[in-house]
Design a protein around this ligand. Structure first.
Ligand code: FES
Ligand SMILES: [Fe+2]
Length: 375
């Protein structure tokens, strides 16, 4: 099961189809008052840059993430490598190059760079020029994706990441992908925003599915949620979540889940249902200051594969409800908090650990994005 939604699909249904629809969506987005105190656009942490399945041995790809052009490749050893895109010779994009061993070769004059980034071969020259290298990024392959460590001050990783232990036994069952127009922080903040659960996520999923299978509308009940968000002492936070589907007086589908937020851009959600467990690994990757690529990857034991396939779709519908809000909202730096919002306040102070002195301000990141020729 593979489910993709582009940004323009969600939250702009009020703009009718027509040749100027995209222009109107862009105008609505640009007119959005973003708020004046947005946190930096690119926190420090691990970010997923490409799906493991999309990078086979010998593949080279350009990727645009965190406002940067990078080149991702997989060497003959099977190890993924991520380097800056631009060749130090004459600036060609290495993403159009090729792989030999664990080196990447520039498409323009075939200079070769090893896995440490050092130039180790120039065709027609006996020796490679000394001191010529490209920046390499600390890389990890976890939960079906390739991640890089991004740190505004150039510090090494503050924590390491490993595959979820469940993945030793469980198989990959599918994923969904969204591009959301919002600040990155809005997306994990949802986990600490307990009040939105019953406001946004209680209408039945069957009303979504009913568009295709109208008989389902006879069974419409509602989802009820309760949740608790707790910050850890480190780069993690947890949320316990329980869900019931109630149909009249009956509670028919109970789910208990534990979400672990690992750093600024990665969540593992372990779900227990009567039919078996499911693990969802979420990554949020800023493509530009207000463009987040969100991917959910689903894993489960083989016996639970059919339910997991249904979950990919159900979770997509639930998530789309958040996307509609995010695509149109602004960032409020001093919200009118009520008592039950105390976890949002706690979340914001916890999340601020991922910004540092060197973090590019939101405005500078936006300027760099909109006026790239100045840089
Ligand atoms: S630009 Fe890369 S080898 Fe010349
Ligand atoms: Fe939500």
């Amino acid at each position: 099961m593979f489910y993709v939604k582009e940004l323009s699909d969600l939250g702009f249904e009020y703009i009718p189809a027509g040749p100027d629809r995209n222009t109107r969506i862009t105008r609505a987005q640009n007119a959005r008052r973003l708020g004046s105190k947005l946190p930096p656009a690119y926190p420090n942490g691990w970010f997923a840059v490409v799906e493991s399945s999309e990078l086979r041995v010998g593949d080279v790809k350009p990727v645009e993430v965190l406002g940067l052009n990078l080149c991702v490749y997989r060497g003959d050893s099977g190890a993924p490598h991520v380097v800056d895109a631009y060749c130090p010779h004459l600036g060609a994009h290495l993403g159009g190059g090729s792989v030999s061993g664990d080196c990447v070769q520039c498409p323009f004059h075939k200079w070769s760079f090893d896995e440490t980034g050092r130039c180790n071969r120039v065709p027609g020259q006996e020796t490679a020029p000394r001191g010529v290298s490209i920046k390499t990024w600390e890389t990890a392959e976890v939960d079906g994706a390739i991640w890089i460590w991004h740190d505004a001050d150039g510090n090494p990783p503050k924590w390491t990441i490993d595959n979820a232990p469940e993945l030793q036994q469980w198989g990959y069952r599918g994923r969904n992908e969204f591009v959301v127009s919002s600040h990155i922080q809005d997306i994990p903040e949802n986990g600490a925003d307990v009040a939105h659960l019953n406001a946004v996520h209680s209408p039945s999923l069957l009303t979504n599915l009913g568009e295709r299978y109208p008989f389902l509308l006879n069974f419409v009940g509602q989802h009820t949620w309760s949740a608790q968000w707790t910050k850890g002492e480190d780069h993690t936070a947890t949320m316990t979540l329980s869900h019931n589907y109630t149909f009249g007086k009956f509670s028919v589908f109970r789910i208990d889940a534990l979400a672990t937020q690992i750093g600024p851009a990665h969540v593992r959600l372990l779900i227990h249902t009567a039919f078996g467990p499911i693990l969802i690994s979420q990554s949020v990757t800023p493509l530009s200051p207000l463009e987040q690529k969100v991917i959910h990857r689903f894993f489960s034991p083989a016996y639970n594969a059919p339910l997991t396939a249904a979950f990919v779709r159900g979770e997509s519908y639930m998530f789309e409800r958040d996307v509609v809000i995010w695509n149109n909202k602004r960032f409020v730096s001093s919200p009118a908090y009520v008592k039950s919002d105390k976890t949002i306040r706690a979340f914001r102070s916890w999340y601020s650990q991922f910004y540092s002195e060197g973090s590019l301000s939101f405005r500078d990141a936006l300027r760099r994005h909109r006026e790239p020729l100045d840089w």
